[in-house]
Design a protein around this ligand. Structure first.
Ligand SMILES: Nc1nc2c(ncn2[C@@H]2O[C@H](COP(=O)(O)OP(=O)(O)OP(=O)(O)O)[C@@H](O)[C@H]2O)c(=O)[nH]1
Length: 246
């Protein structure tokens, strides 16, 4: 491998998933475990507020200056999928301000089952589901569930209370992901947090070796906004104009 192929910038790690599955909590968990040994920064995407950034600042897991919100407006997925400029600028600013930065974590706005990051923005992505969303949700599939670098089934502690067989949910996750990793996680389960930390460290090692290839889980499915407009990213692959019917 030529030396020039070995990246010198921070690894950008995306965390996506439906509303309330625990993305901010997961990022806080990662920061809590790694901020002593690595230089970390966080970009959050919120529709109209800076709620996620405020939560993370309040969690006290990182210097608040290292956490920056991006306000995405009405269509949050555009900012992580079609026009990633505002997120890239936020990540690059953090890298410059706190150089050297090892990992910039980027949280997507709370969104539906199909939101995935563009590989132009993140090097590695985690898709987060939670047990409280129901045991069936894994089988429903979608690009993030099937092809993100890691699928997290979060809040495993809630399984008995919502009548979900967590082991089965994880097994079915492995089936739809053709062997890609699936991790059951709970903030009450220290072993699961250690496994998550190790996955992040392994990803960083792979990224730094120059062997990691950022994977595009695929475009978002067409979806309808509250005002009735249809938003389709069907042709949003690089080099193709994307359909954006607002
Ligand atoms: N029982 C349990 N609850 C959790 C766990 N992790 C997070 N939660 C709770 O789940 C709720 C949502 O967590 P957040 O981290 O805000 O989720 P989010 O995905 O960032 O939410 P949005 O940004 O609104 O989409 C909060 O009430 C958390 O306290 C867990 O491991 N177990």
């Amino acid at each position: 491998m030529p030396e020039s192929a070995v990246p010198t910038r921070a690894m950008r790690l995306g965390v996506a998933g439906p509303v309330g599955t625990g993305k901010s909590s997961l990022i806080a968990m990662i920061c809590r475990q790694l901020s002593d040994s690595l230089s970390l920064a966080v970009v959050t995407n919120d529709i109209y507020t800076d709620e996620d950034a405020r939560f993370l600042k309040a969690a006290g897991v990182l210097d608040p200056e290292r956490i920056r919100p991006v306000e995405t407006g009405a269509c949050p997925h555009t900012a992580i999928r079609d026009d990633v400029t505002v997120n890239l600028l936020a990540a690059e600013d953090l890298e410059a301000d706190f150089a050297p930065v090892d990992i910039v974590l980027i949280e997507s706005g709370g969104d539906n089952l199909t939101a995935t990051f563009s590989p132009a923005l993140v090097d590695v992505q985690i898709f987060v589901l939670d047990v409280a969303g129901g045991g069936d949700v894994v089988r429903k599939g979608g690009p993030g569930i099937a092809r993100a670098d890691l699928l997290v089934i979060n809040k495993t502690d809630l399984g008995p209370f919502v009548d979900v067989d967590v082991d089965r949910m994880i097994r079915e996750g492995r089936e739809v992901r053709a062997g890609r990793p699936v991790l059951g996680v709970s903030r009450t389960d220290p072993e699961s947090m250690t496994a998550l930390k190790q996955w992040v460290l392994d990803s960083l090692a792979s990224f730094r070796s120059g062997h990691h290839v950022a994977v595009d889980p695929g475009p978002m499915a067409p979806h309808v906004h509250a005002d009735g407009t249809v938003h389709s990213h069907a042709d949003s692959a690089p080099g193709h104009a994307h359909v954006h019917q607002h």
